[in-house]
Design a protein around this ligand. Sequence first.
Ligand SMILES: [Fe+2]
Ligand SMILES: [Fe+2]
Length: 288
Amino acid sequence: MELIKSDLSATIRERVGNLPTLPDVALKLLELTGDDDVSINQLMQVISHDPAISSRILKVANSAYYGFSRQVTAIDHAITLLGLDMVRSLALSMKVFDYFRGIKSGGFFNLADFWLHSIAVSSIARDFVQLVPLGPRDLLFTAGLLHDIGKLLLLDLLDIRYLDLIRAVEKEKVQLHKMEKMYLGMDHAQTGAFLLERWEFPQEIVLIIHDHHLNLDQQRLDSVQAVILADILAREVGLGTSGNVAPDGHVEDILQNLGIDIAQWDLFCSNYKSRSEKKITDLMSVFS
Ligand SMILES: [Fe+2]
Ligand SMILES: [Fe+2]
């Protein structure tokens, strides 16, 4: 295998520009995103048009992750229990992931591990607001779930060429986003942000995804740091992988920037670790 350097950013942008828009259900969910006055009824109306989403939301409500004592069988009950913002975010992310269902993976890039990594990052990022309020929980949850979505897009567009790149990253223990930039002209953070921008996602989510591999001084929102820390912790506890083997980000610098002391962070991490892996992996079945 020989990696070839070429700037594919124009091609990638053109291909993304030609992708179909998201299905109607997702567009309606996007319209409801950021609207604080949305009612359970409104959300139910949108979701009930999509039986696959409805059944997966019920599956989440009945998962060990939430551990509710009684069986949840009605979608309005699930919305009440999980929260409107969480259901909106889950349903929207499911539609994005559905777009990439059936994508071929292989070698060092395993889709099951990718889902697990994404779910772990979203769950940690959402809980991170306990330490410092960096924005709405559902926004961090969505950004966490979709932060590496650009990798699926690159895999979809470039196929074996992208898998070869990931293999080289694994062998040389370098950071994936740097190799992407060097060999493709565009990294997965830029690619993912470009895709979600085209799909008209809220600007804050697009910015978090775009900036998640930039240096601290280049990041435009503090909320991106919740996703970066969540990514580090998810990898540390071995919840999934997403083709990146080299560590990035300096935990101490980020904590200092956010005004969190190391003892607080350590406590957050050990609390997180004590939540069983089973709970997180249980959520996987609704995405993969
Ligand atoms: Fe990433
Ligand atoms: Fe990641």
